[in-house]
Design a protein around this ligand. Structure first.
Ligand code: FES
Length: 122
């Protein structure tokens, strides 16, 4: 019989372009089956409302906006189950960082700035 922890440590990589990054670790109440996104939402709701992350469809695996690095592996935060061990959540390393867990995941041809530049000849 396994015992469930009451809480787990979740470390979040924080940062922004031009700012030295750092990590912050939070003690998150654990529920069996909770997702990494559930943990990040709990942190933002209960501890630090300034953490930047993005999601939309939640569990439908349709929007892909919640893609982050979980313990070094690219995952959808909404479907990745939170480990009972400590977890580190960071931004995707192969995308341009916007802030904290948010990266620029929009394909270049869907980027409004690029579309306007192409339209205006620049
Ligand atoms: S929130 Fe849409 S895929 Fe995770």
């Amino acid at each position: 019989m396994s015992t469930q922890p009451k809480s787990v440590a979740v470390t979040i990589q924080r940062g922004a372009p031009g700012v030295e990054g750092h990590t912050e670790t939070f003690d998150v109440p654990y529920r069996e089956g909770m997702s990494v996104l559930d943990a990040v939402v709990w942190i933002r709701t209960n501890v630090d409302s300034s953490i930047a992350f993005r999601y939309s469809c939640v569990n439908a695996n349709a929007c892909k906006e919640c893609m982050v690095s979980v313990n070094g592996k690219t995952e959808y935060a909404c479907t990745a189950r939170l480990s009972t061990e400590s977890t580190t959540v960071g931004p995707l390393t192969n995308k341009t960082l916007i802030r904290d867990l948010v990266t620029d995941i929009v394909p270049p041809k869907e980027n409004l700035r690029a579309i306007l530049a192409a339209r205006d000849g620049g």
